[in-house]
Design a protein around this ligand. Structure first.
Ligand code: 5GP
Length: 192
């Protein structure tokens, strides 16, 4: 795979990502351990991954979480072959009932916030005990709707479109072990 021609620069190396994931896992474990002791009857945490982008992050994160947990997935439509936000469509729903459960939604990146708002509203309607959100990346300056994010891996202050570690460009580059900024020439070419 030749990623040199599309990646302008590496923003977060594989090592930096793994270190941050361990920190997030420790923080999440501490918070839910605390919540668990307050209510002994709480059922195990349900970690809800948003496919496809969150898959590598989720796979690493769950192994850094040290409280009893289950996981499930929701698949949502992503941007179609480009970098412009489209409408949110649910392609695959949860298999587990969520009423009364503590949910941790795991996202790859929160950009405009539309995806997350849509998903959290949908889950909220099923009466969970709580919903928290963990995102690998956050682009706060791009927000169009207000959403609450509890755990953030890295904030992106620059207007990068990023690829790697689950994040795609036209479905490619999800398998890069690092997170890189897409070359701007590449965005222009593909939006034409
Ligand atoms: P939002 O609904 O918050 O605008 O967008 C969330 C989704 O947009 C993410 O789950 C991701 O699929 C996509 N997205 C937003 N920014 C980027 C980016 O910089 N790179 C990639 N590959 N996807 C992005």
């Amino acid at each position: 795979m030749d990623d040199n021609h599309i990646v302008e620069r590496v923003l977060f190396s594989a090592e930096e990502i793994q270190k941050r994931v361990r920190e997030l896992g420790a923080a999440i474990s501490a918070d839910y351990r605390e919540a668990g002791t307050k209510n002994e009857r709480t059922r195990p945490l349900l970690v809800v991954g948003l496919l496809k982008g969150a898959l590598p992050f989720m796979a690493d994160l769950i192994r850094a979480i040290q409280v009893p947990m289950e996981y499930d997935f929701i698949a949502v439509s992503s941007y179609e072959n480009g970098t412009v936000p489209g409408e949110v469509r649910v392609l695959k729903d949860l298999e587990r009932a969520v009423a009364g459960r503590n949910l941790l939604v795991v996202e790859d990146i929160v950009d405009t916030g539309h995806t997350l708002r849509h998903i959290t509203r949908r889950l909220q309607a099923r009466d969970p005990a709580s919903i928290k959100v963990c995102t690998l990346l956050d682009k706060p300056h791009r927000r169009e709707v207000e959403v609450e994010v509890d755990y953030v891996g890295f904030k992106l202050e620059d207007p990068w479109f990023v690829v790697g570690y689950g994040l795609d460009f036209g479905e490619l580059y999800r398998n890069l072990p690092y997170i890189g900024a897409l070359r701007s020439e590449c965005i222009e070419r593909c939006e034409r």
